[in-house]
Design a protein around this ligand. Structure first.
Ligand SMILES: Cc1cc2nc3c(=O)[nH]c(=O)nc-3n(C[C@H](O)[C@H](O)[C@H](O)COP(=O)(O)OP(=O)(O)OC[C@H]3O[C@@H](n4cnc5c(N)ncnc54)[C@H](O)[C@@H]3O)c2cc1C
Length: 417
């Protein structure tokens, strides 16, 4: 088995690391100092131009759409590098939720939708958001939605309330999950519809403050009201009533991107843990590194991060070779396994820094605030555990287990619908 990186990926990793030193980490320091994403937008735009000039823009996007055209496994490796700073994915044009929306449009957009929305999105000229979760119903059950899209001639009229629509502020359009056929079986009720944010009736109620951060621009999570939002039927993405399957399909590669981003964050935290252990004097002639419990944290973190990386890369490889459906057990497992490694390593790094770890003088507290959500978004850990266990037990003849979430439904079968 050959674990070496293909030359073009190794080359890209080297270039990404250089840009991190010259541009990304200084900008990250500015973000911490000014505590405002909006305030550094001009500097971010200039850095994005440098990324484009270096030929590193949008690694996951095909070359004909202006990206690097990397495969899933290749992009996974780059995603780890970019994850080492909260600004990495944004600066290289592959940030959530835009990356997933680009993939959706590539796979299911009509030629007109691609021209109108994918082109400027892939170029980084506009941003987008994904509006599925609702405040009053469980996001863990994506087949149960209150938002409706009623057909009225050549239009859909959308009504409902969403929240945690990441990056809605400043977005040009939202992809909205709404019920188009309430009488159908649960998995066949909803559709995904493109709603330009200047559509009358689209209203950002508020940016939801998360862990003490009000949020702004891309770095925000909005509550959004859709009140009689009228959009043409041509804004439907993929087949009508296939919204659930599109969402599942969107989440497969998305989980690889997120999981590798988490590994990048864990590597950054691990580096900070080791530096702190090596540098912090604890008593005359003794450092934190001399404490055996800290040595254990370091050894365990190393093994856990490496195991998670191998698991995620193998899952990406399986998605490429066998398809999402065949790889779905692994896709579920890497979600909760990697989220767990991330928060464990991050917590050890915070702990090793003592009070400093809680301050905004290092990136650790920012990472902790923003990444605790890893256990919740992209399917709560428990949902993945339950659905994985259910599938495994099914192979042992246990068929009558409750599956309230629908997450155990087949992945990647959109075109069958
Ligand atoms: C940082 C962040 C960004 C997000 N961005 C977006 C976005 O851009 N667009 C969007 O639409 N949504 C987004 N979300 C929302 C996210 O998808 C939901 O929070 C998630 O699906 C969980 O839904 P919920 O919050 O309604 O929790 P619920 O569904 O109410 O679940 C609450 C808890 O119940 C437990 N639970 C759930 N199901 C089971 C089960 N079967 N067995 C055992 N325990 C269970 C879990 O611990 C879960 O955390 C984001 C969330 C976060 C934190």
């Amino acid at each position: 088995m050959d674990f070496s990186l293909p030359p073009r990926v190794a080359d890209a990793v080297g270039k990404v690391r250089k840009l991190f030193e010259t541009d990304v980490l200084p900008l990250e320091a500015e973000l911490l100092r000014r505590k405002s994403f909006k305030a550094i937008l001009p500097e971010l735009a200039a850095a994005r131009q440098k990324v484009k000039a270096a030929g590193l823009w949008a690694p996951h996007v095909p070359v004909e759409w202006g990206g690097m055209g990397l495969s899933l496994t290749e992009h996974a490796r780059i995603s780890e590098e970019l994850g080492k700073s909260p600004l990495g994915h944004y600066l290289f044009g592959c940030q959530a939720p835009d990356a997933g929306n680009m993939e959706l449009l590539l796979a299911h957009g009509s030629p007109e939708q691609k021209d109108k929305w994918l082109k400027p999105l892939a170029a980084g000229d506009i941003r987008s958001c994904f509006s599925m979760t609702e405040p009053d119903l469980p996001g863990s059950n994506p087949t149960w939605l209150g938002t409706t899209a009623a057909r009225d001639g050549d239009h859909y009229v959308i009504n409902g309330r969403k929240w945690f629509t990441t990056g809605a502020e400043g977005s040009a359009f939202a992809i909205v999950m709404a019920v188009t056929n309430p009488e159908a079986p649960p998995h066949l009720r909803a559709s995904q519809i493109i709603v330009p944010t200047d559509t009358p009736g689209f209203r950002i109620v508020r940016n939801v403050s998360v862990m003490g951060e009000p949020g702004e621009d891309w770095a925000s999570h909005a509550e959004v009201d859709y009140e009689n939002c009228r959009v043409p039927v041509s804004n439907l993405l993929g087949p009508e009533n296939a919204g659930f399957f599109l969402a599942q399909e969107r989440l497969g590669p998305g989980r690889i991107h997120h999981a590798m981003r988490w590994i990048g964050i864990a590597e950054r935290a691990f580096d900070m843990l080791c530096r702190r252990a090596a540098e912090r004097p604890m008593s005359p002639g003794k450092r934190l590194a001399d404490k055996q419990i800290v040595q254990a944290w370091i050894a365990e973190s190393r093994a856990e991060i490496d195991a998670a990386r191998l698991y995620v890369m193998h899952t990406a490889w399986r998605i490429e070779k066998e398809g999402q459906h065949e790889a779905r057990d692994a896709v579920s497992a890497i979600k909760f396994f990697t989220a767990d490694v991330l928060t464990k390593v991050l917590d050890r790094a915070v702990q090793a820094h003592g009070a400093l770890g809680l301050t905004d003088d290092t990136i650790l507290s920012w990472l902790w605030r923003h990444e605790r959500g890893a256990h919740i978004y992209d399917g709560a850990d428990e949902v993945h555990k339950v659905s994985l266990a259910k599938r495994i037990l099914g192979r042992y003849g246990v068929k009558d287990l409750d599956s309230p979430s629908g997450v155990g439904a087949p992945l990647g079968r959109v075109r069958d619908k």
